[in-house]
Every structure is written in structure tokens, then in C-alpha cells.
Design a protein around this ligand. Structure first.
Ligand SMILES: Cc1cc2nc3c(=O)[nH]c(=O)nc-3n(C[C@H](O)[C@H](O)[C@H](O)COP(=O)(O)O)c2cc1C
Length: 196
């Protein structure tokens, strides 16, 4: 009695960051979402949206972002998702430009966070996972992507809970030949969606 009701399924926002439809990262993202009910999941293919680069106009220090594009509809989804699943290919040791544009436009949240009292986070902590695929195998392949993802999640008050970083997969859909990695993606999704 008196306890807060815990919803059965958290609201999940899944961002497919690759410009290549049904490519390796999107396949893994779909696996990660596979056990979640469709009604609780909002999958967005960023390449389908018009999202301009941040213009560093500083308007978001004092108000909303003035750029009138698809980011305006994405802002509330980023704010209200309880689980954030993000997938990107490695492009020149960084994230895809489609995803990076979204991240840069989150300067709005960075500014809000700077202005909020430190002891009182603007939103309850949410949780997230990052999936990335690169064609090569170097030790440092994911360093840049991971750093950017971590600071972005931190800006959104999303805890960086899980990651699946896959080396050596290049051709479109080649990830389908790696049943073990598909299974890891499925487990990643289950873990981050079920955990609190
Ligand atoms: C513009 C571009 C840049 C890339 N840069 C890298 C890179 O720096 N390191 C790497 O290992 N793979 C790189 N790749 C390969 C992709 O990361 C790889 O093909 C990946 O599987 C693509 O995932 P997707 O099918 O989800 O798009 C690059 C591919 C493209 C098109």
C-alpha cells in the first residue's frame, strides 16, 4: 500500500544512426529491441530526418533551439524516454554524422543542466546502451565514439549502462552471419530494458 506503481514496460527510444538502411548497426538495434513490446518502443531512423547542425548561436542558453527542423519533435522524446538505445557505425573513428548532429543539438540540455541546481537533477536518471560496429580491429577503434556517447548520456541524465562494440564487420548485413553477436545484442536489450 502506498508504493508507487512501477509501469510494466519502460518507454524505449531506439535511435538508428547509420545512413545505410538495414545495415549492421540497425540489425543489432532491432535485435536489442526484439523482446520489448512494440507499443513501448519508438524506433527512429535518423537518416530519415532533417536535422541541421548546431549553429552555436547560443539561443539555447536562454530559450528553445530556434532551428525549425525534425529535432523539435525529437527533443521531447529524448527527454521522456526511460531507456535509450543508440546504434551507430564507426565513421573515421567517430559516430555517424546523422547521430552527431542530434548530439550537438543537445547543447540545449547541456545549458539547462548548467543552470539547474547541482543537487537536484532536472530529470530522474534514465538508462541507456550503445551499439557500434566498425570494419577494422584496432584497440582504439571505439575510444572516440564511447567518449562522445558517455558525455551525451550524462548530459541527458541517462546512465551509460551497456555497450556492444563490434570489430571487423563491414559489408551491409554481414553481421547476420555472427549469431553470437546477434545474441549479445538481444541480451543487451533485455538487460537494459529490464534493469532499473
Ligand atoms: C564514411 C565511412 C567511414 C568509415 N570509417 C570507419 C573507421 O574509421 N573505422 C572502421 O573500422 N570502419 C569504418 N567504416 C566502416 C563501417 O564502420 C562499417 O562498414 C560498419 O559495419 C557500417 O555499419 P552500418 O552497416 O550499420 O552502416 C566507415 C564506413 C564509412 C561509409
Amino acid at each position: 500500500m502506498g508504493e508507487a506503481t512501477v509501469p510494466c514496460h519502460p518507454r524505449i527510444l531506439a535511435l538508428a544512426g547509420s545512413p545505410r538502411r538495414h545495415g549492421n548497426t540497425e540489425i543489432l538495434l532491432d535485435e536489442a529491441m526484439a523482446t520489448a513490446p512494440a507499443t513501448a518502443t519508438d524506433k527512429i531512423v535518423l537518416a530519415d530526418l532533417e536535422i541541421r547542425g548546431c549553429r552555436a548561436c547560443d539561443a539555447c542558453r536562454h530559450g528553445p533551439c530556434p532551428l525549425g527542423d525534425d529535432m523539435q519533435a525529437l527533443y521531447p522524446k529524448l527527454e521522456t524516454a526511460e531507456v535509450l538505445l543508440v546504434a551507430s557505425p564507426v565513421f573515421f573513428l567517430g559516430l555517424s554524422s546523422q547521430l552527431k548532429a542530434v548530439i550537438d543539438r543537445c547543447q540545449l540540455f547541456w545549458n539547462k543542466k548548467q543552470q539547474a541546481p547541482a543537487a537536484a537533477p532536472a530529470r530522474p536518471l534514465r538508462r541507456g546502451a550503445f551499439i557500434a560496429v566498425g570494419a577494422t580491429r584496432g584497440d582504439r577503434l571505439f575510444l572516440g565514439c564511447r567518449q562522445t556517447m558517455r558525455i551525451w548520456f550524462d548530459t541527458l541524465d541517462v546512465e551509460y549502462r551497456e555497450e556492444l562494440l563490434v570489430r571487423g564487420v563491414d559489408a551491409r548485413g554481414a553481421i547476420r552471419r555472427h549469431a553470437d553477436i546477434l545474441q549479445q545484442a538481444r541480451e543487451l536489450g533485455q538487460t537494459v530494458i529490464r534493469s532499473r
